[in-house]
Design a protein around this ligand. Sequence first.
Ligand code: IPM
Ligand code: MG
Length: 362
Amino acid sequence: MKFNVVVLAGDGIGPEICEATIEVMEAVGKKYGHAFNWKHELVGGASIDKHGVALTDEALDLCKKSDAVLFGAVGGPKWDDPTAKVRPEQGILIVRKGLGLFANLRPIKMYPQLVNATNLKPEVVKGVDLIFVRELTGGLYYGRPRKTYQTSRGRRAIDTMVYSEKEIERVVRVGFELARGRRKKLTSVDKANVLECSRLWRQIATELAAQYPDVALEHMYVDACSMRLIQSPASFDVLVTENTFGDILTDEGSMLAGSLGMLPSASLAGLPKEDVKTLGLYEPGHGSAPKRAGLNMANPLATILSAAMMLRYSFALPKEAKAVEDAVVKVLEEGYRTYDLMSEGMKKVGTREMGKLIAERI
Ligand code: IPM
Ligand code: MG
């Protein structure tokens, strides 16, 4: 089969991790007889420098017409002025919203090979295999009004958290559907003791539960959840939560897997039906790591594992997805590590080498 993929490599380590990922995907294409047509577009700081905006309308259009988007990372000190009107992060926010990708899947899995790379005790992280469903196109990130303004008593700023019933329902449903195919447990994370949005969220999750009698639904406050993630992470299966909570909890969660460099993600407009091509956005959970940029140091595994999700969710190619995931495990088993995962006795490799090692094992 043939697939059109837009590559938004972005800033910092973005281009390097995308390059390593493309090498792996090309190996998949070769082995399984698929052709990928990679179209590169600027995003983030790189796009601001050239076009004055974090993503051009043309680039967004191209994304809309593609089969999938591979995203690297955006941002860096050069564009960090908090008063700036255009910011690199707008690039990713425009793609998410522009493509209607409301469900952000972030799986967190403890690879036994990496047990020495985490800061947590092995017995705590053992068996961690959970997946976050983060609402991605609503809440504080997009709510209006949002502005900073002058008052007689000084400056004020306002952001708005707003959710409609429909927005909540469709994403919580993704949580239930995923749980159904896994260990049948769904944790809905909110702050219903304080926030109106969370109270509506909880009500809707409870109502939906009637349609999924095979899934055990629990509600958890976000503060308690952040604690439980460290205390007993293996007790979670699927978690569903709103945009900002999901942003914070998934960074925390990534530490369970040893490194932020291990956190892949898929952003979708709902779970695809079997065997149907579905547009999605695939990006690592980490940032652009400007200090590591251009040094052939960055860990490309989160991006490579995101590409595996692309194969599974956007291209309906589960066998190929598994081949990538298996190759990652194999390379880890053989003791290859990027700097962020290094522990005693392991073999240190750079971004390119890591990509090549995985490509060779497809
Ligand atoms: C993430 C990132 C983004 C977010 C930033 C870069 C806008 O932190 O994907 O988690 O907050 O969603
Ligand atoms: Mg984040």
